[in-house]
Design a protein around this ligand. Structure first.
Ligand SMILES: *[C@@H]1O[C@H](CO)[C@@H](O)[C@H](O)[C@H]1NC(C)=O
Length: 280
């Protein structure tokens, strides 16, 4: 009797393990690609720890003045919004000023290792001080999203793209899991004294209405999909995941090469971290 039961449980366990192996061999259908890389390429330091240390919180006495901007919903799944005037003129200039003398070469992560690769990403980045203006911009990003729970802003960096600067097609999902992921992106144009430098989404259709031509490239562009124009102070906002936590394939995007002049951008990423609380 005892023997018989022992065999039954062993069989269950084996079937379970074999099924799990087959599931991962099939590429873990239903999970975004990031989960698999988290399982296979992270070292001893769990990715969430380094990430949590890069999250920022508004100081408790932060008072931000009202700021108006124009919202244009581009698509609902994924949610993509063009926000004209996301930054005021003064805020944009302030960001340029506080980035001065802080520029360093941008890096990419290749199998968990930080390196430079101009074929993928050619720009400079600056870690900006979190003064009141910057914290109010962080807060605005959360306000627009409706104060999502257990969701925090990642420390802000500005990015400078000189002539030939670009960022090849990529997703912002890297290292996603059920309990932590980069839920959304604001691509903010801080300065756009340039030609080129639009944000291209090759898997998204150009809309019909000519109204959009103020904000997207409408000419016979050689790029597939839609390319948002860099406009000083404007932002493109999008969600990276659907309700079930699957990465939206449509969010693959690129910073197109700057053909003359300089573009300065600001990424505002919102990070979902289940169970995480502000300890301040
Ligand atoms: C980008 O252009 C600025 C001047 O606009 C210059 O100071 C800076 O060195 C340039 N960066 C690179 C990497 O060439």
């Amino acid at each position: 009797m005892a023997d018989h039961q022992g065999i039954r449980w062993r069989t269950f366990l084996e079937v379970g393990i074999i099924s799990a192996v087959i599931y991962f061999l099939l590429g873990a259908p239903g999970l975004p690609a990031g989960i698999i890389s988290e399982v296979s390429t992270q070292g001893e330091v769990p990715v969430a720890k380094a990430k949590v240390e890069s999250l920022v919180y508004p100081q408790s006495n932060l008072r931000c003045s009202k700021h108006k901007f124009d919202v244009h919903v581009f698509s609902t799944a994924p949610l993509i919004i063009y926000i004209d005037g996301f930054l005021s003129e003064e805020e944009a200039e302030h960001l340029v000023r506080i980035s001065q003398n802080k520029w360093q070469v941008s890096t990419v992560f290749n199998e968990g290792v930080e390196t430079t690769d101009e074929a993928v990403r050619k720009s400079e980045k600056a870690l900006i001080e979190r003064d009141e203006t910057v914290q109010c911009i962080e807060q605005r990003a959360l306000d627009i999203q409706g104060w999502p729970q257990e969701t925090f802003i990642e420390r802000l960096w500005t990015q400078r793209y000189n002539e030939t600067g670009h960022y090849a097609h990529h997703y912002d999902w890297a290292t996603a899991s059920r309990t932590s992921r980069r839920v959304s992106t604001f691509m903010v144009y801080v300065s756009a004294e340039c030609a080129g430098g639009g944000t291209n989404f090759p898997r998204i259709q150009t809309p019909q209405s000519e109204h959009w031509c103020e904000f997207i490239e409408c000419g016979d562009s050689s790029e597939p999909g839609v390319t948002f124009k860099p406009r000083k102070g404007a932002a493109v906002f999008w969600t990276n995941f659907d309700q079930d936590g699957r990465g939206y394939k449509e969010t693959i995007h690129a910073g197109m090469p700057v053909t003359s002049g300089t573009k300065i951008g600001l990424n505002i990423w919102s990070w979902y971290q289940a169970g995480h609380r502000i300890d301040a």
